[in-house]
Design a protein around this ligand. Structure first.
Ligand SMILES: [Zn+2]
Ligand SMILES: [Zn+2]
Length: 266
């Protein structure tokens, strides 16, 4: 199997050496493994670092290239180099320059903040109490739709992230997913089953099984990522993720080689 969503300590909120992540992937018998570090323009609170600086991102790319050589030499696994592009309105120039400066295998597009609120940050949970949950989802999905204007995204990261701590609108959020669907189809974007959500208070994958079924019916393609921030998280719950995809009638998962889609039968 494949795991395309993994971090390195260069984002300041992950631990373990990149080589240890690769070792874990090898132990699990994954056929492809990819890192997707956060982008340097990620929104951060004053005095807090949760993303690599420009210099650290350059270091990330250097480390990745030598790791790719090592893994390719061994010949037992494909190694991919990606980026988790934080979608922030106004950062388009930086994102475009980044995409042109390096030949990534894929770009994961993610929304982690709404204005100056990082809604998935555990230290800023109290903000949820002051907000209307439905409005948060409305704004989140609106921002996600804007992300497609960049035309740089191959994979939509953790599609229903606002549910992380258990906040879900009483009326659900299917209508927002439906509003995203035409853009997903038109842009040919792939949605990741991000298995990290299973270890969060919501205790389910991003997106939820209901959303996965909805998207699968519409023919949206899927990929797989653990969003590992330490080596032991690589490939977490992948058997369940594959079972869910098969249940929804999905026949292949997508990986990327220099931003070209490659389907792997499941
Ligand atoms: Zn993320
Ligand atoms: Zn991530």
């Amino acid at each position: 199997m494949i795991d395309l969503h993994n971090h390195t300590p260069l984002c300041h909120h992950a631990s373990g050496e990149p080589g240890e992540y690769v070792e874990r992937a090898r132990e699990l018998g994954l056929r492809e493994f990819g890192f997707s570090e956060h982008s340097p323009w990620m929104f951060q609170y004053e005095g807090e670092q949760i993303a690599p600086s420009e210099e650290e991102f350059a270091e990330y790319l250097e480390t990745m290239q030598s790791l790719r050589e090592e893994v390719t030499e061994k010949g037992d696994m494909a190694f991919r180099i990606g980026i988790e592009m934080d979608f922030i309105p106004g950062c388009e120039q930086q994102a475009r320059a980044m995409a042109e400066s390096f030949e990534f295998d894929y770009h994961i597009g993610s929304v982690h903040n709404l204005g100056d609120w990082i809604f998935d940050h555990p230290d800023h949970l109290t903000q949820w109490d002051e907000r209307d949950v439905g409005k948060v989802y409305e704004e989140y999905f609106k921002t996600l739709r804007q992300m497609f204007e960049w035309d740089l995204i191959d994979i939509v990261g953790h599609l229903d992230l606002p549910k992380k701590f258990g906040h879900v609108p009483r009326a659900g959020y299917e209508m927002y997913v439906a509003s995203l669907l035409p853009l997903l189809i038109e842009s040919d974007a792939v949605v990741e089953i991000n298995t990290a959500g299973r270890d969060k208070p919501i205790s389910e994958f991003y997106p939820s099984p209901t959303v996965v079924a909805h998207l699968a019916r519409a023919g949206v393609p899927f990929t797989l990522g653990s969003d590992a921030h330490k080596p032991s998280e690589v490939g977490r719950y992948f058997d369940d993720a594959l079972a869910l995809l098969r249940e929804c009638g999905v026949k292949e998962i997508i990986t990327f080689d220099k931003r070209r889609k490659v389907g792997l039968p499941i």
